[in-house]
Design a binder for this molecule. Structure first.
Ligand SMILES: [Zn+2]
Length: 230
């Protein structure tokens, strides 16, 4: 029982499908609540965390929401029909999933915590833009960035930590391989400490840049090394 992610597209061969929402009402009286049984699967096909559409329902209905990711339970307080939630999900998809340029759902959200903005990029057409952050859900998104970007950051941090743990030798090796030109200057660092040498070095460097295309550069370079070594 799958439906098109963009339900305004009636093409049955449309690439992007999602399961129809399954809702189960639990409890009685004040404690009545609606469990969205397959929220994880629905959210996966939208490439969004399951908390986003659940919270969106909460915002739209003015209802409290509960998440229990471990037990795969996403709950909206009160009794709500699956069809009503399905219609509401269209609003979420329009605002937070579909590309404003090409209507494709292959978008990623990027949180800028400093500026408190949510960027939106599309893998299908290359669109990049900003999300309208007036909807209440945006506050939630800003506080709970999509997992993807988080894991990337964690990975980066881990690799940096590894570099530190392996000591400076590894770090030096990487600089040697990646930027051999920098290594040349570091060899002459004690000489460069003298202001006089720095000015000569800069002058020669400028001269080399100008004369690089001609054979003159070889002579200038050898003169430069001579000066720096003595
Ligand atoms: Zn697009």
């Amino acid at each position: 029982m799958s439906v098109n992610v963009n339900r305004s597209v009636l093409d049955q061969f449309y690439r992007y499908k999602m399961p129809r929402i399954i809702a189960k009402v639990e409890g009685k009286g004040n404690g009545i609540k609606t469990v969205i049984v397959n929220m994880t699967d629905v959210a996966k096909s939208l490439n969004r965390p399951p908390t986003y559409p659940t919270k969106f329902f909460g915002c739209e209905l003015g209802a409290q929401t509960q998440f229990d990711a471990k037990n795969d339970r996403f709950i909206v307080n009160g009794s709500h029909e699956a069809s009503k939630l399905q219609d509401m999900l269209d609003g979420f998809i329009r605002k937070f999933v579909l590309c404003p340029e090409c209507d494709n759902p292959e978008t990623d959200l990027h949180i800028n915590a400093k500026k408190q903005t949510i960027g939106n990029s599309c893998k299908a057409c290359g669109y990049r833009g900003m999300l309208d952050t007036r909807h209440k859900l945006c506050t939630f998104i800003l506080r709970n960035p999509p997992e993807d970007t988080g894991s990337v950051k964690k990975k980066e941090k881990k690799s940096k930590k590894k570099d530190k743990e392996n000591g400076s030798s590894d770090g030096e090796r990487t600089t040697l391989t990646s930027t051999p030109s920098r290594n040349k200057t570091s060899l002459h660092r004690p000489v460069l400490e003298h202001q006089f040498c720095i000015s000569i070095y800069l002058l020669c460097a400028c001269f080399i840049k100008i004369a690089r295309w001609s054979d003159v550069s070889i002579w200038v370079e050898s003169i430069l090394w001579f000066i720096l070594e003595h």
